[in-house]
Design a protein around this ligand. Structure first.
Ligand SMILES: O=C(O)C(=O)C[C@]1(C(=O)O)C=C[C@@H](O)C=C1
Length: 429
């Protein structure tokens, strides 16, 4: 294994846990990643199918609220109106091959079985599972923080371990999972850039976020003492979150990166390594039979990782609770584009919670020729912005319409409820 520093790109570590996880081999099936579709967004925001789906969601939420507003409560429809006019809540004129209604027969309340309840908009909105277990893909093995985040986002879900972030995206695209839960940033370690790049490359939608307090432990085989240790292994984010504490503990160790924290614990247990410790959760210690040498070794007690939940379809944005919207954009050139974009939000009193820039993969460099001085190489970026508003709000729609005027590319990654769970920095997982 190679020694690493926390800032290196560490996705390709050599330690692989032995438990079966979704991996590259599961990529056998047809790749059903949506590619450059040509549907034009009516208001001009982007041109992809994903944008179109987002706009559909926005439109249906408007229709929903209009329906609610315009309902004539003084004259409720009769039961026969319902039966004749609606099939599962939808008016229909097409032949659905249903048993014909005998108009002459007096309408009787049906005995057995009770009539099927029409689907309502709330049945469709949060999850497609309707009682069955949600399958949630995450990167890592059982005991990883991502697994805990999946459990927080979808209690009682079936968590599906994947060996890479990319595989978690594909698990959803190939219908092996219903959702993916992926870390995007940590309060100490910063952004998980890989996932920002993957959000752009894939066509999944952000449908929610969870913030997980991350409480790290130093784990080793039973009987191992701190003095025996020559190396500490963990996920690069975890290594960086504990950098100072590991130094303060006086350990004479090298730090090495692996795919995930729990995978590190499992690796030590499987290979009976008495000179190696892992940074991982207390749950990982329990799962892989390790002892906790030090508890709470993150450099800050309030260490939190933010995860996003991804789905094939966007959710319908609402205005009855705090929402966040994530977008990504690029611009060709021009003066003060970033300033103009940010003003579009500022003038509407919309708070930005995050800005991240990543290299523009398709066009990383722009050459600017100056006859006198030579050629300057300008780096090109994709800008990711999170703002506190719902796409169901007119001010957010107007802000984006304005942003679109200055940008060459704009995509709404998702409009989703903010995680508002009370702050509790104590014990995480
Ligand atoms: O390795 C894990 O346990 C993970 O879930 C990954 C991950 C990350 O990528 O940031 C998640 C939360 C912690 O910040 C450390 C690691």
């Amino acid at each position: 294994m190679q020694a690493v520093t926390p800032t290196q790109n560490l996705n390709s570590s050599i330690i692989r846990p032995s438990k079966p996880r979704l991996n590259q081999l599961t990529r056998f099936a047809v790749r059903c990643v949506y590619r450059s579709d040509s549907v034009q967004f009516p208001n001009g925001v982007g041109s992809s199918r994903a944008d179109w789906q987002s706009s559909c969601a926005i439109l249906s939420s408007k229709v929903f609220s209009q329906d609610q507003d315009s309902g004539d409560k003084s004259n409720p429809p009769s039961a026969s109106d319902h039966l004749a006019a609606a099939v599962n809540g939808h008016k229909t004129s097409i032949d659905l091959n249903l048993v014909p209604i005998n108009k002459n027969k007096k309408l009787q309340p049906p005995s057995q079985p009770p009539p099927q309840k029409p689907l309502t908009i709330t049945d469709l909105s949060p999850a497609p599972m309707h009682g069955s277990q949600m399958r949630v893909a995450y990167q890592g093995v059982p005991g990883a923080y991502s697994e805990a985040a999946a459990g927080k986002a979808y209690p009682n879900c079936e968590a599906i371990p994947c060996d890479q972030f990319e595989v978690a995206f594909q698990a959803v695209e190939l219908w092996i999972a219903d959702r993916a839960v992926l870390p995007v940033e940590n309060s100490l370690g910063g952004s998980i850039h890989r996932n920002y790049d993957l959000l752009l490359r894939h066509r999944l939608h952000i449908v929610g976020e969870v913030q997980l307090p991350v409480h790290h432990c130093l784990l080793a085989l039973p009987g191992v003492k701190k003095e025996y240790l020559t190396r500490v292994i963990s996920h690069p984010q975890a290594l960086s979150q504990c950098e100072h504490t590991i130094t303060k503990l006086g350990l004479n160790v090298t730090r090495e990166a692996v795919d995930d924290t729990a995978g590190a614990a499992e690796y030590i247990a499987t290979n009976n390594l008495r000179d190696t410790a892992a940074i991982a959760s207390a749950r990982a210690a329990e799962l892989y039979g390790l002892q906790i040498l030090a508890d709470g070794i993150q450099d800050d007690l309030g260490n939190v990782t933010r995860f996003v939940m991804l789905a094939r379809d966007p959710i319908i944005p609402r205005t009855d609770r705090p929402f966040k919207t994530s977008i990504v954009f690029a611009h060709d050139k021009g003066t003060s584009v970033l300033f103009k974009v940010l003003s579009a939000f500022a003038f509407r009193n919309i708070s930005l919670t995050k800005i991240e820039s990543r290299p523009h993969r398709n066009r990383p460099i722009r050459l600017v020729d100056d006859a006198n001085v030579g050629t300057a190489k300008h780096f090109e970026y994709m800008f990711y912005v999170d703002f506190e508003a719902s796409m169901a709000e007119v001010r957010a729609q107007n802000a984006l319409a304005e942003v679109q005027e200055f940008t060459s590319f704009l995509r709404v990654l998702g409009s989703y409820p903010m995680d508002m769970t009370p702050w509790c920095p104590s014990r995480g997982v």
